[in-house]
Design a protein around this ligand. Structure first.
Ligand code: PXL
Length: 276
């Protein structure tokens, strides 16, 4: 297997099992060299905690990127998650345009919303900037809320296949080439992921666990990126990421005191087996 170098750009939530504290170990477990660019440093994530600290690192980014250029450090894939500011998005776009090796894959998880709502730190103007980044990427990994915000499509909690096909068409019309749409369930016991690429749509249905856990979007996206950059197909990668995320949730739900993230570390070995 080729040894690939991935850059992931997302925040450090010091405690909270999301963003870089999830992406770095999962991508490393996939066998790729993983470079990081922290978008911001927070004491915890913003879902369910109050009084968290937030240091935006936007102003550090241009100097970091220009040092990498000077050193000739380029990447096989650039994968972005939760970003620190609207202004930062321009810098991230520039990094995608200039620091990828030939044929590099740009992957955007437009981590900004869930369950019909934007995360507390973001507003409409952030969404407008995120659209530019998302629709210039090779692969986008939104949930339904994020896909609706990116396209202006009406958000619905209850929906059918026609609704989802309409949402995918809107994404394609806005310029999306490959979409991994997460959290798509058509009945109460299952959920799944829609994989859209080259005009073709496939669906992977899997078990739904009733307790929603924070950080699973980041576990999913990181597991997907690791599998895909490691050589699995889009659909295999989407399936592996889903199966691994379910495993992480199953490993967590028995512990009612563990509320802020998923206990993914004890099952990382299973992820390594899945991508072999
Ligand atoms: O998991 C997405 C995420 C990442 N980083 C921070 C967050 C969230 C979701 O709320 O608050 C800081």
């Amino acid at each position: 297997m080729d040894y690939k170098r991935i850059l992931t750009i997302q925040d450090i939530s010091c405690v909270g099992q999301c963003s870089l504290t999830v992406a770095l170990p999962i991508l490393s477990a996939s066998g790729a060299e993983t470079a990081i660019l922290p978008s911001a440093v927070l004491s915890t994530h913003t879902a369910g905690f109050t009084g968290y600290t937030f240091r935006d690192l936007t102003d550090d980014i241009p100097a970091i990127a220009s040092h990498w250029k000077k050193e000739g450090l380029y990447f096989d894939a650039i994968y972005t998650g939760y970003l620190g500011s609207e202004r930062q998005i321009e810098y991230v776009k520039d990094i995608m345009n200039t620091l990828g090796k030939k044929g590099a894959v740009n992957i955007v998880d437009p981590a900004m919303a869930d369950n019909g709502k934007l995360y507390p730190a973001f507003d409409e103007s952030f969404v407008r900037q995120m659209k530019k980044l998302a629709f210039s990427a090779d692969i986008i990994l939104p949930n339904i809320t994020e896909a609706c915000l990116l396209t202006g499509y009406e958000y619905k909690e209850k929906y059918d296949e026609n609704y989802i096909n309409g949402l995918i068409s809107e994404m394609a019309a806005c310029g999306a080439r490959t979409v991994i749409l997460t959290g798509v369930g058509y009945d109460s016991d299952t959920t799944g992921v829609v994989v859209y690429s080259n005009g073709k749509t496939e669906y992977y249905r899997h078990k739904k666990i009733s307790r929603g856990c924070h950080g699973t979007g980041d576990v999913y996206a990181s597991a997907f990126v690791g599998a895909y950059i490691g050589g699995k197909t889009l659909f295999e990668s989407a399936k592996i990421a889903a199966d691994f995320t379910v495993l992480c949730i199953e490993n967590t739900i028995g512990d009612s005191t563990h509320t802020y993230g998923v206990k993914f570390e004890p099952v990382l070995g299973e992820y390594i087996k899945m991508i072999k």
